[in-house]
Design a protein around this ligand. Structure first.
Ligand SMILES: C[S@@+](CC[C@H](N)C(=O)[O-])C[C@H]1O[C@@H](n2cnc3c(N)ncnc32)[C@H](O)[C@@H]1O
Length: 280
């Protein structure tokens, strides 16, 4: 993930830096992509509803800057978290900017591990998360099933694997979508979709009020998996009960209302995000 910087000014050393040059792509990602307070609330409430007990240990696979794992240990003094990521640079950023902000008594309940999620060996946990579609880097059935098996083995007896997915007919389009965050604009680009392999390339760009841009701040090369494929693979990997949670619709706006509920039959929405709860 190497950002290329595109600026409107020449790169003479005496000029002042553009907003893009001063920006930190991980900080921008956290602000625009993640809402970990909402996510960890949803994760905790859903586990309680399904298992009738309070969850304690959480493993955040593909944790990146480990923002979700940090939020988990902050929420409750019984909570423990393990963040797993293969990239030492993103883990170092997370330690410096997220973990360092935790009180030492809270940070003690968090462990960050540089490891491959396919082979990581850690004690079993109540919840394993794979959010923001990160597991779509596994582009073949056998490999994704292997990851799901590895997750299954990493869960406690009544543990739950929670993952997300997106879809709808817009997911197959090559397109760009912008969202204004005031000090910057977040741009989601679906740059390519190839139907024979089902592979997609997506980028996140950021643009700034001074006209500067951080192009391809993050790039993803994924297979665009569908819910039935994911449900079948989870079942093959040994999960007993697999439930899809779809977002409800706000009657006034027609937009998503932020409430995700178990859904047996979804609608042909052009763009949806869903959570999958895979129970052991
Ligand atoms: C899209 S980021 C996810 C960040 C965060 N979890 C979120 O929800 O937004 C994907 C992360 O997966 C990591 N990653 C990719 N392949 C991996 C693997 N095989 N094992 C562990 N981490 C991996 C990358 O280094 C990157 O930090």
């Amino acid at each position: 993930m190497n950002p290329t910087r595109e600026t409107t000014q020449s790169s003479h050393s005496s000029r002042s830096l553009t907003l893009a040059e001063r920006a930190d792509r991980y900080a921008l990602y956290q602000r625009s992509v993640q809402d970990v307070a909402w996510e960890m609330h949803f994760v905790e409430q859903t586990f309680r509803a399904l298992r009738k007990r309070a969850p304690q240990q959480l493993r955040e696979d593909f944790c990146g800057t480990a923002l979700a794992a940090c939020e988990w240990v902050k929420r409750n003094r019984r909570h423990q978290a393990i963040g797993v990521d293969i990239d030492p640079a993103v883990l170092a950023w997370g330690r410096q900017h997220n973990v360092s902000r935790l009180a030492p008594r809270i940070a003690r309940r968090l462990r960050l591990l540089q490891a491959d999620v396919l082979t990581v060996q850690v004690p079993t946990v109540d919840i394993i998360l794979a959010f923001n579609f990160s597991y779509w880097i596994f582009k073949e059935r056998a490999l994704l099933r292997e990851y799901f098996r590895q997750v299954r083995q990493g869960l406690s007896a009544d543990g739950i694997f929670m993952l997300d997915a997106y879809g709808g007919y817009d997911a197959f389009r090559e397109m760009r979508e912008r969202e204004d965050f005031g000090r910057f604009t977040y741009v989601w680009e679906q740059a390519a979709y190839e139907p024979v392999s089902g592979q997609t390339t997506c980028h996140i760009h950021f643009s700034f009020p001074d006209g500067s841009r951080l192009r391809q701040a993050f790039s993803y090369h994924w297979r665009l998996w569908t819910l039935p494929e994911l449900r079948e693979l989870l079942a093959e990997a040994g999960f007993e009960k697999i439930t899809v949670y779809f977002e409800g619709t706000d009657a006034k706006t027609g937009e998503g209302n932020g409430v995700f509920q178990p859904t047996a039959r979804g609608k042909a929405d052009p763009a949806w995000i869903a959570y999958i709860m895979a129970q052991t």
